[in-house]
Design a protein around this ligand. Structure first.
Ligand code: HEM
Length: 349
């Protein structure tokens, strides 16, 4: 979740209230400067309200519609097969040795930038801590400025060259808008998918009966992926502001509201026995990709990556267990069965 300028004291929770708030963009605006400690430009289309939001969204949608991603499934399958096989032959730690390289290689294919994959992996799961433990934008911004210059002076057949010349409202985007778009396309599909894939390995390692069930009934895969998404809620909440920050109004200190996707995913009025994972759950209107105009643009990417990964795991004859849960941080309270963060996950194979 983006870090905002002042602490967030207000929140909206519950499935119905969260959906209503996410639709009501004039009360709960996305016009805010997130990560103000490390960047001074808006992530786009994330931090802009309709109607301008719609222009960015329309320009970027063709890259993320389902058929555009499905076209690459054979390449994603090859990547998953090689990485999963190598990992079970000689790897031990899931986040850095399997999930992160897999997600970065997948984006290398989808963005047509295989030459950047090693650099993206070197940043680790969070782009803001790529240069060390303290949050800092230098590494990401150095990369974004370099690819922008290249895209303008020497365009190639890749997503950056196309985005650098996108027209929004009849005007080619600026370098700052490019940073905002390319930055979120790199950051948005990174730690979220890494958490999802790591969580799948964690859960199936702890619940071998469910692993066997999926091997016997592969038709459950789609429902299982929705349930992994609900239970793991890789992005638990996002901020909105009650006063748009680019307006000329005074900005009250308590303007931020946290919209809790995770509270909707564990709402007992919507999900039967929400604290338990149920890979057979059929009705699953989870809010893991948000709701309303800002619904995740990369949802098909994430779902297809998860599906290819799970199919690969099931097709190979590996069984595993988690050797130690101490590097997994769980939530507290009602959802103490749910992992919040996987710093490292070691397998006992
Ligand atoms: C499991 C993986 C993922 C989860 C849980 C997730 C979650 C979300 C959520 C909750 C939002 C809405 C934020 C809000 O309302 O403020 C969002 C927006 C977004 N996501 Fe994802 N995301 C995932 C993967 C991806 C991937 C793979 C990409 C790109 C490759 C991506 C790109 C974006 C973008 C560009 C937006 C902004 C959309 C807009 O403002 O219109 N996400 N994501």
């Amino acid at each position: 979740m983006a870090v905002v300028k002042v602490p967030i004291t207000k929140g909206i929770s519950g499935h119905k209230a969260v959906r209503e708030a996410l639709r009501d963009t004039s009360t709960y605006s996305s016009d805010l400067q997130g990560d103000a400690d490390v960047r001074d430009y808006r992530q786009l289309p994330l931090e802009v309200d309709p109607p301008r939001h719609h222009l960015y969204r329309t320009a970027l949608s063709p890259y993320f519609v389902k058929p555009a991603i499905e076209r690459h499934i054979p390449e994603l399958e090859n990547i998953a097969h090689v990485l999963v096989t190598n990992f079970f032959a000689s790897g031990v730690e899931v986040v850095t040795e399997l999930a992160l390289p897999l997600v970065m290689k997948n984006l290398g294919v989808l963005y047509r930038r295989p030459q950047d994959v090693a650099e993206w992996i070197s940043w680790g799961p969070d782009v803001w801590t790529a240069g060390g433990p303290t949050r800092n934008g230098d590494v990401l911004h150095g990369y974004l400025d370099r690819i922008y210059e290249e895209a303008i002076s020497n365009p190639e057949e890749d997503i950056w060259s196309e985005i650098a010349v996108l027209e929004i409202d009849g005007k080619v985007i600026s370098q700052s808008e490019f940073r905002g778009i390319a930055g979120v396309l790199l950051a948005g599909g990174r730690d979220t998918v890494v958490k999802l894939l790591t969580g799948m390995i964690w859960y199936l390692g702890e619940n071998p009966k469910d692993l066997a069930m999926l091997r016997e009934e592969p038709e459950l895969i789609n429902d299982a992926i929705q349930e992994f998404l609900r239970f793991l809620t890789p992005l638990p909440a996002m901020a909105r502001t009650t006063t748009p920050e680019s307006s000329n109004q005074d900005l009250p200190i308590d303007r931020y509201v946290s919209i809790s996707f995770i509270s909707g995913n564990f709402d007992e009025t919507v999900f039967e026995n929400p604290y338990a994972m149920n890979l057979r759950r059929e009705k699953n209107p989870h809010l893991s990709f948000g709701f309303g105009p800002h619904t995740c643009l990369g949802n098909h990417v994430a779902e297809i990556e998860a599906k290819v990964f799970l199919r690969t795991l099931l097709s190979l004859d590996f069984d595993w267990k988690i050797s130690d849960q101490s590097k997994i941080r769980f939530y507290t309270g009602d959802i103490s069965s749910v992992p919040d963060q996987f710093a490292e996950v070691f397998l006992l194979k």
